[in-house]
Structure formats: structure tokens, C-alpha cells
Ligand binder design. Sequence first.
Ligand SMILES: [Zn+2]
Length: 112
Amino acid sequence: MPPDDLQRATALREAARLVEEFAPTTDVRHIRDRTDILRRLGLIAANLERRDTASICRRCHAVFHYRAAWYEQRALSIPRHCDICRAIRKQERGRAGFASNPALESPDVSHR
Ligand SMILES: [Zn+2]
């Protein structure tokens, strides 16, 4: 795949990280917008990375794609949830007060 695309995907993931870190979550509308932005950035980045492996989300049973080599290179377990459910689960954990504990992050949610 062209290196330009990977660089763009990395830039988008970095942008998503900044949105996650700095976007306000005090209002339900902000949370919705934030989730939407993260979803869109994730989808565009994933498209640029040309994910090659399909799987079924354990939560919503939608087909999602990921780049198997990325996980293999980092010796991570393969993702079990689609990008949308991943974002929702992360938010749920955040509301439950677990977000600040990195030990509770499963490996498939921490790829940026
Ligand atoms: Zn899902």
C-alpha cells in the first residue's frame, strides 16, 4: 500500500486521540458529536489502511474489517468489536470510572 496512505491514517488516528483527550464530555450532545467524529475518523483511517481481514462484532454482530498484520506485528489479540462498539464500550468504561486505569484497557481498543 502507498506509504502516503499509511501516514494519513496515522495522522487521522492522532487527530482522533486529540479529540478523545480534549473534546468536552459534559453535555450529551458533546458526547454524541465526539463519538460521531471518532467513528468517522476511525472509518477513514481504516479505509486508508486497507484493512484486509473481516470479523463479526461480538456486540452488534456487524461485519468489520481490520488489518491483521498490525496486530501480528504488535503481538496483540485480534479485535472482537467493530469501531463503533469499541467507542461505545470505551465511553461506558469511562462513565463507570475505569477510563483512567490503563490496566483495564483491552489491547484491541488501544491502537492509535
Ligand atoms: Zn459492533
